[in-house]
Design a protein around this ligand. Structure first.
Ligand SMILES: Cc1cc2nc3c(=O)[nH]c(=O)nc-3n(C[C@H](O)[C@H](O)[C@H](O)COP(=O)(O)OP(=O)(O)OC[C@H]3O[C@@H](n4cnc5c(N)ncnc54)[C@H](O)[C@@H]3O)c2cc1C
Length: 382
């Protein structure tokens, strides 16, 4: 009998896990990969499309192109999950596995912040970021706010990158002098686990006249006054609002009992990513393992789970514990890219190392994206 693995969600975590298992077992394994979407977009490609650096068609990778032995992709919404039975009900059938991997990511909840959908924009979803590509060209003057609306959000560098790329974009259009850029973040520094990276970002903000408003969030927009209402009581008028919406645990995961509520990211064993249900793993942004919500951590966690599944089938020794290590590329504008390497779980406290922007890192970031697309959507490893 083939081992049946059901993977819910074809993002960073689901794609990495599926690829490793297919490479390891080929047709000798039975993997069902479910996603409601028809294509995958790398997180940072949203910024590229939004600022007109790449066309939408170039960054969409169609799931229909996944041709991997042992893998069946099902485009369908997951409607319910029964972790005790390792079973998921979708619009296109019910799937039961010997192993169930929940990799449904973090959902965005724009409606949680009143006024956002009526008088602002969000750049965290694919439709939101892609729509901005047609909005930004007509923005001429006034204050632009890049504002974080929730306490927990994907890719902590992304709002800083957005502010710096907006500076570039407006400079190229000759509109920079007519615009004030303000970045509102819930932290004291842009990237709390890395004071060095934060220092470099703060000096880039100062150099480019970007105001950094720290330790507060945007809780609502007032459409009548066209003002962003911050949690510290301040009201900031704006002409353009680019928001990071509130993130939440997908409702289907809450309903399954794997998470206690919309803010209670799925508890897992920090070393194995297994949930309280044997054979059920929660991998990537959906879990509460203690790393930031980012693709690099999602794929790192997927590798540990894949190794455990391989060992379970082949009878080898179990893999080493998940270390929560990852490297994030950081866009500094002006065509510059830096990198921060962070290790969250190996030691008693997180450690980090910052690498100054360099042409090598620009190439490395391009290769990071291209290599994932090739591995996940290209032909199987020979
Ligand atoms: C602007 C921006 C820039 C970013 N830049 C970076 C970066 O430079 N580096 C980095 O590492 N990370 C970056 N990220 C973060 C990164 O995109 C996410 O952290 C990563 O995608 C998480 O992977 P995941 O597999 O956990 O979830 P996801 O990639 O979000 O995948 C979850 C999948 O589950 C599917 N799904 C959800 N609910 C259902 C359902 N009910 N039924 C069926 N399917 C469902 C979704 O369609 C989705 O495809 C960025 C994010 C943004 C928004």
């Amino acid at each position: 009998m083939k081992t049946r693995v059901v993977v819910l969600g074809a993002g960073f975590a689901g794609l990495e896990l599926t690829t490793i298992l297919s490479d390891a077992f080929g047709e000798a394994i039975d993997i069902v990969l479910v996603d409601k979407g028809d294509s995958f977009v790398l997180g940072f490609s949203k910024l590229d499309v939004m600022f007109g650096r790449r066309p939408p068609a170039a960054v969409r990778h169609r799931y229909a192109d996944i041709v991997k032995p042992g893998v069946r992709f099902v485009q369908s919404a997951v409607r319910s999950i029964d972790p005790a039975a390792r079973r998921a009900v979708t619009d296109h059938g019910t799937f039961e596995g010997d192993v169930l991997v929940v990799a449904l990511g973090a959902d965005l909840d724009p409606a949680a912040a009143p006024g956002l959908t009526e008088s602002g924009h969000e750049f965290y979803s694919v439709p939101g970021a892609f729509a901005l590509r047609d909005v930004l060209p007509s923005f001429e003057r006034g204050r632009a706010i890049v504002g974080v609306m929730g306490k927990v959000f994907k890719c902590p560098p992304a709002p800083s990158e957005c502010a710096l790329l907006l500076d570039d974009y407006l400079t190229a259009r000759g509109r920079r002098k007519a615009v004030e850029i303000t970045l509102v973040m819930p932290f004291g520094i842009p990237i709390p686990p890395s004071p060095e990276t934060s220092k470099a970002l703060l000096s880039a903000f100062a150099e480019r006249g970007i105001t950094f408003v720290k330790d507060t969030r945007v809780q609502a927009l007032d459409p009548a006054r066209r003002a962003a209402l911050l949690t510290d009581g301040t009201a900031l008028p704006y002409e353009l609002f680019l928001g990071v919406p509130v993130h939440r645990v997908p409702q289907v995961v809450v309903d399954s009992g794997l998470a206690a509520g919309p803010d209670a990211w799925v508890p897992v064993n920090k070393q194995t990513l297994e949930t309280a249900f044997p054979g059920v793993y929660a991998v990537g942004d959906v879990n509460g393992v203690g790393t930031p919500k980012a693709g690099v951590f999602a794929e790192g966690a997927a590798r540990v789970v894949a190794a455990a599944i391989v060992a379970g089938i082949r009878g080898g020794s179990p893999p080493g514990a998940y270390t929560g290590e990852g490297s994030c590329y950081v866009e500094f504008g002006h065509g510059e890219v830096g990198r921060v390497d962070v290790d969250f779980l190996s030691g008693p406290k997180p450690t980090s190392a910052f690498h100054e922007p360099s042409p090598t890192l620009v190439a490395e970031k391009t290769d990071f994206g291209a290599s994932r697309v090739k591995r996940w959507f290209g032909s199987p490893a020979s």
